[in-house]
Design a protein around this ligand. Structure first.
Ligand code: ADP
Ligand code: MG
Length: 564
């Protein structure tokens, strides 16, 4: 075939225009897109070669090579994948096949405001090469076709492209970017290398670049003719569980988390159903220094078929699980879609929900394990991350019931590790409520006079001493039908736990002390709402309580401290 000129489909022209004008601040993504295409092409060949082993020719190695030529000002991405026939090059590199992309374009063309950010984050695959190149040449030969049926496709990324037949001995595709003026930064090994490891480290094929060595005599880097892999190519999560050792799981965790310790626990699953994805999620052994930064991103990374897409923590995990690290790899999300659209996507939401549930199951199995070592792990987890998990009680109503069972407290009977279930199992006959007290510290809680009557009657009281507790309790009213009651609020109704005689005595005392109560009320005018005779004290003469429904004394002190 002699050289032919074809016109791009109208949508392609628009995309090209958008890409070259709006994606500039994110220009390095062209490498991610082209490497990902190369990797896809290798995957396709691997699949087709199952039926047609001859497609592998004398080059069974599936790999990607990235090279550059400073003189010619080109960057080339080559693969030994499936390649393109001339017809395919015309069809796939001149039109947009995906309906999603059309919808996206329709949106951009519609009334909606043309959000530069939206465009800026719109991954556009092959065409993103034109961000840095003013001409792209693709030389390709489809697997199974003879050497003289190769194709050269070439375009300046404006209105049209040229296609001609060439002879190409090696199967697969070379994408040659002729860099625009000013894009010389991509003619450097380190720039290409660091971009590849940023976006494509987990591509499971080797991505090779020429070795570089320092030449002391010439005092410069010399590019050698030897190739070396620049990605780790690990993609551990794609392998089957039974083939992965604990040591491999641990070292992968350390690679993605920069943690020096092994993780506390992990979960690795392939989820099938409406949306298919793999999740490999870890719980660290220790809280990171920035655990309290709720805006932090990046714990969980989203990949689509081993290509890194985003690490927007909140889209993938609720904030209260921000300590989780790991990878989610979707088999069916589109690669060419903006971050915003991904966040909105029902598939991403399903992934987030599924992953949240996974993490909760992982915690439940530690917490409920019969094995001491596992239970011990949960205790360690709770010590470091318990306060963060409590945020979930208020934030995640869907999972509140499960979260509540994971909570652990100190109580008047144990300094730590008391669950609501433990508490309920120790409730006295006739006890209807779960009692708690909030305070600044464990000793302040333990020594509170409000506890006297509970001690005397042997009723357990939960001692809540963390800042988040008050907030959490404003979202939690009961556990399995037992209401939560502060011992420092209102009149403390002990219900049937109080015998008739005690009640009678209290009523008599109230009568007897009426004049004194009146005098106290007058004396404390404006400072106390009411003065009452109480049955809650045993040894102390008096204590301060807050009205049911008012903020507690502890919260009032906290707010005061915070200057409110
Ligand atoms: P996507 O990868 O999402 O399909 P792209 O714009 O990145 O969209 O690529 C468009 C099409 O061009 C691909 O679907 C594929 O058919 C073809 N293509 C691109 N790069 C290669 C390559 N290296 N080898 C074979 N085909 C390719
Ligand atoms: Mg692509």
């Amino acid at each position: 075939m002699d050289k032919q000129t074809h016109s791009f489909q109208a949508e392609v022209k628009q995309i090209l225009h958008l890409v070259t004008h709006s994606l500039y601040s994110n220009k390095e993504i062209f490498l991610r897109e082209l490497v990902s295409n190369a990797s896809d092409a290798c995957d396709k060949l691997r699949f087709e070669a199952l039926d047609h082993p001859q497609y592998l020719e004398d080059q069974p190695q599936l790999e990607v090579r990235v090279s550059f030529d400073p003189e010619a000002r080109t960057v080339t991405i080559s693969d030994t994948g499936i390649g393109l026939s001339a017809e395919e090059a015309i069809a796939h590199l001149g039109t947009i096949a995906k309906s999603g992309t059309r919808e996206f374009m329709a949106k951009l063309e519609g009334d909606q405001k043309k959000d530069a950010n939206l465009i800026g984050q719109f991954g556009v695959g092959f065409y993103s090469g034109f961000i840095v190149a003013d001409r792209i040449t693709v030389e390709s030969r489809r697997a199974g076709l003879p050497a003289d049926q190769g194709v050269r496709w070439s375009s300046e990324g404006t209105g049209d492209f040229e296609v001609e037949t060439i002879t190409k001995p090696g199967r697969g595709t070379d994408v040659i970017l002729h860099l625009r003026e000013g894009e010389e930064e991509f003619l450097k090994t380190w720039r290409l290398k660091s971009t590849i490891s940023k976006y494509s480290d987990h591509i499971s094929l080797p991505i090779l670049m020429r070795k570089e060595e320092w030449d002391a005599e010439k005092a410069e880097q010399i590019v050698k003719d030897e190739w070396e892999p620049v990605n780790k190519a690990s993609a551990l999560w794609t392998r089957s569980k039974s083939d992965i050792t604990q040591a491999e799981y641990d070292s992968f965790y350390q690679q993605i988390s920069y943690d020096t310790e092994a993780p506390l626990a992990f979960t690795h699953n392939r989820v099938e159903g409406r949306s298919e994805y793999t999740q490999l999620l870890y719980i660290p052994a220790k809280a990171p220094f920035d655990l309290w930064n709720r805006d932090k991103r990046g714990g969980v990374k989203l990949y689509v078929k081993r290509v890194f897409i985003m690490d927007d923590a909140e889209a993938l995990m609720p904030v209260y699980l921000r300590f989780v690290k790991g990878v989610i790899d979707s088999a069916d999300l589109p690669l060419n879609v903006s971050r915003e659209l991904l966040q909105e996507s029902r598939d991403v939401k399903a992934i987030r929900e599924g992953s949240t549930k996974r993490v909760l199951s992982m915690l439940e199995s530690l917490a409920n394990s019969e094995e001491v070592s596992e239970k011990d792990k949960y205790a360690r987890f709770w010590a470091d991350f318990g306060q963060v998990l409590k945020e979930g009680v208020g934030e995640d109503h869907q999972n509140q019931e499960r979260l509540v069972k994971l909570l652990r407290f100190a109580s008047t009977q144990a300094d730590e590790g008391v669950s609501f279930a433990d508490y309920v199992s120790r409730m006295k006959d006739g006890q209807e409520a779960i009692y708690y007290i909030t305070a600044d510290s464990l000793s302040a809680a333990k020594n509170s006079p409000q506890l006297e009557i509970f001690r005397k009657k042997g009723i357990e009281v939960l001692l809540l001493t963390e800042r988040v507790d008050e907030w959490m309790l404003s979202h939690l009213y009961e556990f399995e039908g037992k209401s939560l009651q502060s011992v420092a609020k209102g009149s403390v109704d002990l219900g049937s736990l109080q015998d008739e005689e005690e009640k009678k005595k209290a009523e008599e005392a109230a009568e007897q002390f009426k004049p004194m109560l009146e005098r106290l009320k007058a004396a404390l005018e404006g400072r106390a709402k009411d003065v009452r005779v109480t049955t809650r004290l045993v040894d102390s003469p008096a204590c301060v309580v807050t009205e049911e429904g008012d903020i507690s004394g502890h919260l009032a002190r906290m707010l005061k401290q915070a200057g409110q």
